[in-house]
Design a protein around this ligand. Structure first.
Ligand code: AP5
Ligand code: MG
Ligand code: ZN
Length: 218
């Protein structure tokens, strides 16, 4: 591996951040850090953060910056982040992006790239309506586009596959709207820093992976 990779994966709900993030994690041996997965774990465990976050998530709204920044500050300080990391779903607001920049400065680290996976609204709705996720290891599936070998069972760990509460059509539309107003403007933030890599998120999962690797390793 040529250098320490610190990647931000960006793009609307369902663009493939989790799918590509898991593949990058396997290729580079560095953790994929999904704030969505962390919040869902907190909801499952019934922690204070989880109880607070659940209502926002069910409405397709963003959890407050202070909660998210607190979670990420702790997570990025762990030893497995020393060799790099893949941020999936963070930052999502201007405030989070600025907080991340401060943390990076404190840790004397720099981002390698912000990769934006570009997809249409129709793709998003089709992908999220058929998505399934493993309860144990978080691996993502799709009933038509990436089916598990055995219905409802994870190929990697044998765990149970479930459908997310926020993957119903109304909440998906709300998430898209929130993305466009609060998160999409961050593309300009990273473009101004010369870090943005725009990639088409349409096509086979493997071909998109090739494009991502090409964009960040070159
Ligand atoms: P989060 O869990 O991050 O959800 P999201 O951003 O809406 O993104 P998704 O996880 O839905 O999609 P993805 O891009 O990972 O796509 P995937 O790879 O699974 O956040 C959930 C909620 O938590 C938020 O709404 C908010 O409330 C809160 N939250 C999280 N982070 C926050 C933050 N920083 N600040 C504030 N609040 C925060 O792919 C989708 C499906 O498509 C899968 O079924 C997959 O198999 C399939 N697929 C993938 N690639 C392809 C392909 N090329 N072709 C066909 N199908 C494909
Ligand atoms: Mg995801
Ligand atoms: Zn699994």
């Amino acid at each position: 591996m040529p250098k320490v990779m610190r990647i931000v994966l960006m793009g609307p709900p369902g663009c493939g951040k989790g799918t590509q993030g898991k593949m990058l994690e396997a290729k580079w041996g560095i953790p994929q850090l999904s704030t969505g997965d962390m919040l869902r774990a907190a909801v499952r465990e019934g922690t204070e953060v989880g109880l607070q976050a659940k209502a926002f998530m069910d409405r397709g709204e963003l959890v407050t910056d202070d909660v998210i920044v607190g979670i990420m500050r702790e997570r990025l300080a762990k030893s497995d982040c020393q060799g790099g990391y893949i941020l999936d779903g963070f930052p999502r607001t201007q405030g989070q992006a600025e907080a991340l920049d401060q943390m990076l400065a404190q840790m004397q680290q720099e981002l390698t790239a912000a990769v934006n996976l570009d997809v249409t609204d129709e793709d998003v709705v089709a992908r999220l309506s058929g998505r399934r996720q493993c309860r144990s290891c978080g691996t993502g599936y799709h009933v038509s586009f990436k089916p598990a070998k055995q219905d409802g069972v994870c190929d990697s760990c044998g765990g149970e596959l479930y459908q997310r509460d926020d993957d119903n059509e109304q909440t998906v539309r709300d998430r898209l709207r929130v993305y466009k107003t609060q998160t999409e403007p961050l593309l300009a933030y990273y473009e101004n820093k010369g870090l943005l890599r725009n990639i088409s998120g349409t096509g086979s999962i493997d071909s998109i992976f090739e494009r991502v690797i090409q964009a960040v390793e070159s």
